[in-house]
Design a protein around this ligand. Structure first.
Ligand code: RP5
Length: 168
């Protein structure tokens, strides 16, 4: 199946953070592709990738990067597809640098910015599914099934301090 979502990351070292996005898309049955593309180290590749993304059939791009995290913003500059930015938790500044680099886009070129780290990656995949569900009843169904199961799982958990009974 042709990929609908492109996951790009600035470095191999970002993979641990972005893996939950791939896992979630896989779980939801949404076809995706993954590439390591750096705004700083491979800028021409980034321009080619983002510039051709819509024509190749992608509908959403998830871009994860850390530090001076220009990848999501520069990808968004080269495509009108929705770009979802995942700030990677950097060693020096714990990802605050990544978050601010991604979230503080000037007006005119938006990047939908998620939480720092793996939670952000998971939610980027869910948000991609939500965007795709606007025109795909099949993706809408798997997304709503996921949320129903998640709710049921939480409600089935025992109350804290009482492992035997659960709330009615
Ligand atoms: C960024 O620099 C990458 O997104 C990564 O988070 C960070 C460090 O990259 P490496 O030096 O580990 O390759 O461009």
């Amino acid at each position: 199946m042709k990929p609908l979502v492109g996951i790009i990351m600035g470095s191999q070292s970002d993979w641990e953070t972005l893996k939950p996005a791939a896992d979630m898309l896989q779980r939801l049955g949404i076809p995706f592709e993954m590439r390591v593309i750096s705004a700083h180290r491979t800028p021409d590749l980034l321009f080619e990738y983002a510039g051709s993304a819509r024509a190749r059939g992608l509908e959403v791009i998830i871009a994860g990067a850390g530090g001076a995290a220009h990848l999501p913003g520069m990808a968004a500059a080269k495509t009108s597809l929705p770009v979802l930015g995942v700030p990677v938790q950097s060693k020096m500044l714990s990802g605050i640098d990544s978050l601010l680099s991604i979230v503080q886009m000037p007006a005119g070129i938006p990047v939908g910015t998620l939480a720092i780290g793996q939670a952000g990656a998971t939610n980027a995949a869910l948000l991609a599914a939500s965007i795709l569900s606007n025109h795909s009843p099949a993706i809408l169904k798997v997304l709503e099934d996921f949320r129903t199961e998640q709710t049921a799982r939480v409600l089935a958990q025992p109350e804290p301090g009482n492992p035997v009974t659960s709330a009615v």
